[in-house]
Design a protein around this ligand. Structure first.
Ligand code: SAM
Ligand code: SF4
Ligand code: SF4
Length: 365
């Protein structure tokens, strides 16, 4: 089986026509959504086999991961990011697979930290990681120019954490990594927890308590039907409303306004002033209306939705020798024809197996 999907290398005529009307900076899609975030996957490999993301039965010994020559080089990623930033992207998030497995990742961070938005600001630079290498890498990442990290941790119970990552990685080493990131100044640190019914829903309050006591923002993610390999069923999704109610019963909460348009997490703060949590309700409360994110896979395919089946082959375009202006114009065209709103449509999809979609480990979340 392959997690990759169909690739597009040419643009429809209507895209070319729209490109002619592009403003010099900023680009909006067919639903008037701006392009603000670019998520860049730097590898499809990972040292974990989280059961909901890279189940061992599929991502086993003979799984065909990308060859090194297939990956975008740091120079290619830098060109692409520069084009995106010139079009209004103000947040670059590095992801994977596990991004800290990519050799020399600090060099890429340093290149991206040197980019400037059209009005002279540095884009926000963030990275999502499983935290396994953070203890070793945190200081170097900060020195290179990384602003903040998000660390994924679904359980505080060591046996359960090891069962979820399925490679017996101890939770204490991830917690050490979070501490190292805080010491290095990579903050404010966010922690992501995917909650799955029957797996870790009894840890909602313990997780909230632990990170509340340490002043770390915890974000609960609804288990999503990304990819085709994790056997997702709706019954395993714990709705955000349920999560908020459980925490509110112990630590009273109140809603917080979004800090910017397109924010994925709905924010809640503890009424006693001891910080906040977020809930990402992709399944029960779609936020496509504000979605400002584009994603690039490690082999250079651009996806305008997490649930897309088709990507545009930017690597082929770059390696064909296009100049920066053409690269930028192509990105703008691709965004300008975007019409995605999968999560809003999910409920109306027929209850039959859907065609194969890209995997989370390929696109990076
Ligand atoms: N390896 C890094 C990590 O785990 O943070 C970065 C890549 S991982 C694909 C990015 C995020 O996606 C993680 O927080 C992970 O928990 C989340 N994720 C993976 N599969 C998911 C699913 N089916 N539903 C919801 N979140 C998922
Ligand atoms: Fe690896 Fe992250 Fe997927 Fe877990 S969620 S398997 S750490 S890519
Ligand atoms: Fe954005 Fe697609 Fe997710 Fe909707 S389903 S929020 S369009 S990535």
């Amino acid at each position: 089986m392959t997690a990759r999907s169909r690739v597009v290398t040419t643009l429809p005529m209507r895209a070319r026509a729209r490109a002619a009307q592009l403003p010099s900076t900023g680009v909006r899609d067919t639903r008037d959504r701006a392009l603000r975030d670019l998520r860049i996957s730097v590898t499809d490999r990972c040292n974990f086999r989280c059961v909901y993301c890279m189940p061992k039965e599929i991502f086993g010994r003979d799984y065909a991961f990308m060859e090194r020559s297939e990956l975008l080089s740091f120079e290619e990623i830098e060109r692409l990011a520069a084009a995106a930033v010139s079009l209004g992207v103000d947040t670059l998030r590095i992801t994977g697979g596990e991004p800290l497995l990519r050799r020399g990742i600090e060099d890429l961070i340093a290149r991206l930290a040197a980019l400037r938005t059209p009005d002279g600001r540095r884009p926000n630079l963030a990275l999502t990681t499983n935290g396994s290498a953070l203890r070793v890498k945190a200081a170097a990442l900060k020195t290179a120019g990384l602003d903040r990290v998000t660390v994924s941790i679904d359980s505080l119970d060591d046996a359960r954490f090891q069962a979820i990552n399925d490679v017996n990685f101890p939770v204490s080493r991830v917690l050490d990594g979070i501490a190292a990131a805080a010491d290095a100044g990579l903050g404010p640190i966010k922690v992501n927890a995917v909650i799955t019914r029957g797996i870790n829903d009894d840890e909602i309050v313990p997780l909230a308590r632990y990170f509340r006591d340490r002043g770390t923002t915890l974000r609960f993610i609804e288990y999503m039907d990304v990819g085709s390999s994790n056997g997702w069923v709706l019954d395993e999704v714990v709705p955000s409303a349920e999560i908020v109610a459980m925490i509110n019963a112990v630590f009273p909460l109140e809603p917080v306004a979004a800090s910017r348009p397109g924010e994925t997490a709905k924010r809640w703060r503890y009424r006693d002033g001891s910080g906040e949590i977020g809930v990402i309700s992709s399944v029960t409360s779609a936020f496509c209306g504000d979605c400002s994110r584009a994603r690039v896979s490690a082999d250079g395919k651009l996806y305008t939705c997490l649930f897309a089946r088709e990507g545009f082959d930017l690597r082929a375009l770059i390696r064909s020798g296009v100049d920066d202006a053409e690269l930028r114009a192509t990105l703008a065209r691709l965004w300008s024809v975007r019409d995605d709103r999968y999560s809003e449509l999910r409920a109306s999809l027929p209850n039959v197996p859907q065609p194969e979609r890209i995997e989370m480990s390929y696109i990076g979340g």
